[in-house]
Design a protein around this ligand. Structure first.
Ligand SMILES: [Zn+2]
Ligand SMILES: [Zn+2]
Ligand SMILES: [Zn+2]
Length: 359
């Protein structure tokens, strides 16, 4: 990891990497959350209460049998015909886990979310109110940040985990939306009410301001990959022409960072992934990145395409370029308009995509 003035933290290769799909590293998430759409099956004991993996996924039971991980197969009373999975040890708790690893990792945060044990100052009924609010507002980020906050609280104030979370890039959540979007989606109300409910849940042991809440949400929004936060991966910067890509290693949440086929990685090259679908066209990419990640991309691909995708209008009478329209999008594009006609047009031609020099 290298700290730079221009781009903040970046990851770079210590040596050339030749083989396509070479695994650069693997890592388990620092923070694991469950997507809201999976909560129903998690609460119904049909998916892991830690990692969210659905038990009916093909291969799960067979994989576990093959591994000999069938310790709970005789536990017919609670396992709802799901051999290989394991249940919470607390009385009356319906939570099920993939295996003992998931159960141990869930630890006391699980208690706060399900049945109080281990977290006496957090009432699981308060958490469930917060959870219900997130579900009814389709507010994945809120729920994920809530789980992250519980995990942080559990880890203690001066813990390494908190330092790692705070080292991640952030933009306060309310800066990631335009005024119109905030009004249209009633985001202000969601944030206010969500903050109140979360504060009610953890307020007895952890005091946090509304600003801290918005920053935390922003950190989660910017850095999560598939709903989880990964320490090293979160420091990968973006390129629309990435040289690494991500894959999951174990059917759960273990992330693998591998070399993109046909990319070149030399020693000291920056490692970059794509935050978005890099097959989108130039304008769509720029719009998404600006809106959701807060930056204008100037990667090699964008520099190349900025030239060819500028749409200009030619006045069919004069053959001169028409002055630019005044919409927000075209103002952002700094195309230089010359006095000289760039091309001669004999027939009425209105819109052309031509190579122009962008500065
Ligand atoms: Zn439990
Ligand atoms: Zn699991
Ligand atoms: Zn780009």
């Amino acid at each position: 990891m290298v700290q730079t003035k221009a781009k903040g933290k970046r990851l770079q290769a210590t040596k050339a990497i030749k083989n396509d799909f070479a695994v650069l590293w693997e890592e388990d998430p620092l923070f694991v959350t469950i997507p809201l759409e999976k909560l129903r099956i998690v609460r119904g004991s049909m998916a892991c209460a830690y990692c969210g993996k659905a038990f009916q996924e093909r291969g799960t039971v067979e994989e576990k049998r093959a591994k000999g991980d069938i310790a709970n197969e005789s536990d017919r009373s609670k396992n709802r015909g799901l051999p290989g999975t394991t249940s919470c040890l607390a009385k009356g708790c319906d939570a099920r886990f993939c295996d003992n690893d998931c159960r141990q990792l869930a630890d006391a945060v699980h208690g706060a979310m399900w049945h109080n044990s281990g977290h006496t100052k957090i009432k699981s009924s308060d958490w469930k109110d917060f959870e219900k609010f997130c579900v009814s507002h389709h507010w994945n980020m809120g729920y994920s940040y809530g789980v992250t906050l519980l995990t942080l609280i559990k880890s203690g104030k001066n813990d390494l985990l908190r330092e790692k979370f705070e080292a991640m890039a952030t933009i306060p959540e309310n800066k990631r939306y335009s005024k119109e979007e905030i009004d249209d989606l009633h985001l202000d109300e969601t944030w206010d009410e969500g903050y109140k409910l979360l504060k009610k849940t953890v307020g007895k042991i952890y005091d946090f301001s509304f600003d801290e809440f918005l920053r935390g949400l922003g950190t989660f929004s910017l850095n999560n990959y598939n709903g989880n936060l990964y320490e090293l991966q979160s420091h990968l910067n973006h390129s629309c022409e990435p040289n690494v890509r991500l894959a999951f290693s174990d059917g759960k949440n273990r992330l693998r960072v591998e070399k993109m086929p046909e990319a070149t990685i030399n020693a000291n090259d920056e490692l970059e992934m794509s935050y978005i679908n890099s097959d989108l066209d130039y304008e769509e990419r720029q719009e998404l990145l600006l809106k959701h990640y807060g930056f204008v991309c100037s990667c090699t691909k964008c520099k190349r395409e900025a030239k060819t995708f500028a749409v200009i209008e030619i006045d069919s009478e004069t053959g001169y370029i028409k002055p630019p329209p005044t919409s927000e999008r075209s103002r952002r594009k700094s195309v230089r308009f010359n006095d000289e006609p760039l091309i001669s047009v004999s027939k009425p031609a209105i819109k052309l995509a031509v190579a122009v020099k962008a500065n």
